[in-house]
Design a protein around this ligand. Structure first.
Ligand SMILES: Nc1nc2c(c(=O)[nH]1)N[C@H]1C(S)=C(S)[C@@H](COP(=O)(O)O)O[C@H]1N2
Ligand SMILES: [Mo]
Length: 227
C-alpha cells in the first residue's frame, strides 16, 4: 500500500467509527436510567451507574496516535490567564510533581479502579498561570486535532492533573504519552491524550465529541453520556 492509500483507509475507518458513535449518541445507547448520584454525596457508590469493571486498559482514540518525542514536546497554557506558560519537556518536568491514585470511567461503559499516576496537579498549574476573573471554561487541544472542554471548576479539583506516568512507567504513546490531561471525576473522553495546549476561555466551547452528541459535562455518577 502506498502512503496515500494508507491514509485513505485510515480516513474511512475513522469516519465509520465517528459515524457509529454519533448514532449511539442520537439513540442514547448505554443509558441505564439509574438514579443519578452526586459528586458531593459521600455515600455514592464507587462504580457509577451502567459501568462494568475491567482490569486491562482499553485504548480509544480517533485512530491516529501522534508521535511526540520529548525533544519536540511543548505545552502552552494561555487564553484568559495573567501569566501564560509555554513549557518544553524539561520545563514541564521541573514543575512540582505529585502522585495520585484514581479510578477511570469511560463512556463506553468500562471503569478501571486504582490507577497510579504521576504528573503535575491542575491546581499547581493554575496557581502559576493565574486565571483572569472572566476565565470560566478550559479547552484542551491535542496533537491529533482532538479538543475537549470542561468548566474551570472541574479542572480546578485536587484530583485533576497532567499525567506523564502510569503505574510507575512513562505513559505509553497509545494512552497519550508523553503527556495527557486527567480529570478522573468526569468520563475519560474529557482527559485529552497527547496534550499540546490548555486554553482558558469565558464562553463554553464544545470539543470534538461534545459537538457529536456527547454530553457537554460528562459526570459519570449522573450518567451524563449524551446530551
Ligand atoms: N487527543 C485525544 N485525546 C483523547 C481521545 C482522542 O481521540 N484524542 N479520545 C478520548 C476518548 S473518547 C477516550 S474514551 C479516552 C481514552 O483514553 P485511553 O485510550 O487511554 O483509554 O481518551 C480521550 N482522549
Ligand atoms: Mo471514549
Amino acid at each position: 500500500m502506498t502512503e496515500n492509500e494508507d491514509a485513505a483507509t485510515l480516513g474511512q475507518g475513522r469516519a465509520k467509527l465517528i459515524a457509529r458513535k454519533e448514532e449511539w449518541a442520537r439513540e442514547g445507547r448505554l443509558l441505564t436510567g439509574a438514579t443519578p448520584g452526586s459528586n458531593a454525596d459521600p455515600d455514592r457508590p464507587r462504580l457509577p451507574p451502567g459501568q462494568t469493571l475491567v482490569r486491562d486498559w482499553p485504548v480509544l482514540d480517533l485512530g491516529v496516535q501522534p508521535d511526540v518525542p520529548p525533544a519536540k514536546f511543548r505545552l502552552d497554557v494561555d487564553g484568559l490567564v495573567e501569566a501564560p506558560l509555554s513549557l518544553d519537556w524539561e520545563g514541564y518536568m521541573a514543575l512540582p510533581q505529585v502522585e495520585s491514585v484514581s479510578d477511570i470511567h469511560c463512556v463506553t461503559q468500562w471503569s478501571r479502579y486504582d490507577n497510579h499516576w504521576q504528573g503535575v496537579a491542575a491546581r499547581e498549574l493554575l496557581s502559576r498561570v493565574r486565571p483572569k476573573p472572566d476565565a470560566r471554561f478550559v479547552v484542551f487541544h491535542s496533537h491529533d486535532g482532538y479538543t475537549t472542554n470542561v468548566p474551570l471548576e472541574d479542572f480546578d479539583q485536587p484530583d485533576a492533573m497532567l499525567a506523564h506516568a502510569w503505574e510507575g512507567r512513562p505513559l505509553t504513546r497509545q494512552h497519550g504519552g508523553p503527556l495527557r490531561g486527567l480529570i478522573p471525576r468526569l468520563y475519560l473522553w474529557k482527559s485529552a491524550k497527547w496534550l499540546r495546549r490548555i486554553e482558558l476561555v469565558t464562553f463554553d466551547r464544545p470539543g470534538f465529541w461534545e459537538l457529536r452528541g456527547y454530553h457537554d459535562h460528562g459526570d459519570p455518577w449522573r450518567e451524563e453520556r449524551y446530551g
